[in-house]
Design a protein. Structure first.
Length: 371
């Protein structure tokens, strides 16, 4: 049992309370990680605001980074002292996990949103009783977390000089944007890429577009400061979101868009993007729409143009492979994701959420413990 401090989300409150708690020792296949940094993601906000059905009370956080302190029976991939990034959880036994596509694990929902071990047990308790753990296989809004060997990724030694607390966002939001470009859509050099929304996921996609050699790379957003940053990070063009987007895109890409990537979840933008696709164009979707939202596409255009519309989860990433690749891109200067990050003290978690919701900060990261 480890004494920890955790940011607990409780029924009846839209704020996190920092509480003393106890964390189980790691069981077979589990890893105890001292959390150094944890990114703030919109999925955490959706749970806090009861938009996603996660049991309460719960410790959220799913973009953790830290140092391994102990391992359970059977763990061989990491050892105490290893620097790691924590990513999403998967079962490791279904057909998609066997195909190295754990983002589409048949058991993704239970493993990431049930906030408990597979046997239903939780790893955290406070003076008020048990608290749900294992959110996305980690619950990293705490000084320590229990993860599994599958969702703990060892940081390459080449990145030993990179501040460990900055690496956590690679576990979800950043790998989603970069993976959408490099894995899901497999963007080809010299082809056009349009990114709707220049938040953390969209800007990650723009950086990945530059790595892939896309040209032109077009960023669309309502905020001038984000468009300016997008241009610095690789966008060749930017369009204000309140402009005549169809006309502006046709002016830049008169034969149509090769790759469109939506992070907004707004049906009108998604349908506009589809209508701008070139023959064999691909539209990738990661934006969270309402559960009952529907999209309308012309079937003749879809079929006759050989177009594709694809949902994308976690950038089609196998974290054990893709996160080290992103870290290597960062070390080489090709993927400066640290430009998106602003650090907050762990105790200021509610301020970090407010900064993200207001749009002032693109990717807040909590500094939890020393590396």
């Amino acid at each position: 049992m480890t004494q920890i401090r955790a940011a607990v989300c409780r029924e009846g409150s839209t704020h996190f309370s920092i509480e003393d708690a106890q964390l189980d020792a790691p069981r077979a296949g589990e890893v105890l990680v001292r959390i150094v940094g944890a990114g703030v993601c919109h999925t955490d906000m959706a749970v806090r605001d009861r938009q996603l059905p996660v049991p309460l009370p719960v410790v959220l956080g799913h973009e953790g980074s830290g140092v391994v302190e102990a391992v359970g029976e059977g763990v061989t991939g990491v050892t105490p002292g290893d620097a790691v990034v924590l990513s999403f959880a998967s079962c490791g036994a279904c057909p998609n996990c066997d195909d190295h596509a754990p983002a589409y694990c048949y058991n993704f929902g239970p493993y990431n949103f049930a906030s408990a071990r597979a046997d239903g047990s939780v790893a955290i308790s406070t003076a008020q009783g048990p608290v749900h753990s294992h959110f996305f296989g980690q619950s990293s809004f705490a000084t320590h977390a229990i993860a599994s060997e599958r969702n703990v990724v060892k940081v390459p030694t080449s990145a030993a000089h990179v501040p460990l607390e900055r690496l956590g966002p690679l576990g979800c939001g950043l790998q989603t944007g970069a993976g959408a470009v490099l894995n899901s859509m497999a963007v080809k050099a010299g082809r056009s890429l349009v990114v709707f929304g220049a938040g953390a996921v969209g800007l990650s996609a723009i950086m990945a577009g530059r790595i892939a050699g896309a040209d032109p790379i077009i960023a669309i957003d309502l905020h001038e400061n984000r468009l300016a940053l997008a241009r610095e990070l690789g966008a060749t063009h930017s369009i204000k979101g309140d402009a005549d987007l169809a006309a502006a895109l046709q002016d830049i890409c008169p034969t149509g868009i090769n790759y469109a990537f939506d992070t907004t979840g707004l049906g009108k933008l998604i349908e506009l993007a589809f209508n701008q696709l070139a023959p064999r164009g691909i539209l990738g979707l990661v934006g969270a729409s309402d559960a009952d939202a529907m999209l309308h596409f012309n079937e003749t255009s879809l079929m006759g143009g050989g177009k594709r519309v694809m949902g994308i989860l976690e950038g089609d990433s196998d974290p054990q492979v893709f996160i080290p690749q992103l870290i290597e891109h960062h070390v080489a200067g090709r993927y400066p994701f640290d430009r998106l990050v602003e650090m907050f003290a762990f105790e200021d978690i509610n301020s970090a959420f407010e900064a993200s919701e207001s749009g002032r900060v693109i990717k807040p990261v909590l500094k939890v413990l020393a590396a």
